[in-house]
Design a protein around this ligand. Structure first.
Ligand SMILES: [Zn+2]
Length: 190
């Protein structure tokens, strides 16, 4: 991916799409399938998944560091966490959703909770009969499955990179991305 020049002039004048507020959508671009935005920018009031008018916002705090720092996990969890806290970049973002995507998300999380709780209940099955011990593996799998689902789905967007001024996100919907202006070409040094 081309390096983005954070010192380039603001592109607010060329923002396309259906932005209504003065700041809405300013500093937000598309680069292929990646949503690129200035950290200070606000997303337009349209669903991040389908581009319909947004009715709710999900507040998220994203953290990112270069992938190589995961190697420090080999030294142990505590050294890795200390290093990750030092080198990470973070970003707070209010993610817009339409009513149908908000409902679908609430329904998915409701089902996910039930799967996790049923998994927990199944773990106690051996208390009913000693030959039901094999069900513990089923219950634990359901609990871990629901935790992984929640970890992946909770954030809606997945950070590809975050630096001091900008953030790059995966998983925005194609219709939403299509409404955004293209990322300005980086300045060419002569
Ligand atoms: Zn939607």
């Amino acid at each position: 991916m081309a390096e983005f020049n954070p010192y380039a002039a603001p592109e607010a004048e060329v923002i396309q799409g259906r932005a209504t507020g003065i700041d809405e959508g300013r500093g937000v671009w598309v680069d292929g399938t990646i949503l690129v935005m200035a950290k200070a920018a606000h997303l337009p009031h349209r669903c991040i998944k389908c581009d319909a008018p947004a009715t709710s916002w999900v507040a998220r705090r994203f953290m990112w560091h270069p992938i190589g720092y995961y190697l420090f996990a080999m030294l142990g969890l505590i050294p890795y966490l200390i290093i990750a806290l030092i080198v990470r970049d973070t970003m707070k973002l209010a993610i817009p959703l339409c009513e149908s995507h908000r409902k679908a998300r609430a329904k998915a999380f409701g089902i996910n909770w039930i799967v996790g709780l049923v998994g927990l209940a199944i773990c106690f099955a051996p208390a009913i009969g000693p030959d039901l011990g094999f069900l513990i593996a089923v219950g634990v799998s359901m609990i871990f499955g629901s935790l992984i689902f929640a970890a992946i789905k909770a954030s809606i967007l997945v950070p590809k990179r975050i630096d001091k001024t900008h953030a790059w996100f995966k998983q925005a919907g194609p219709d939403f991305l299509a409404s955004l202006p293209s990322l300005p070409a980086p300045a060419v040094e002569l």
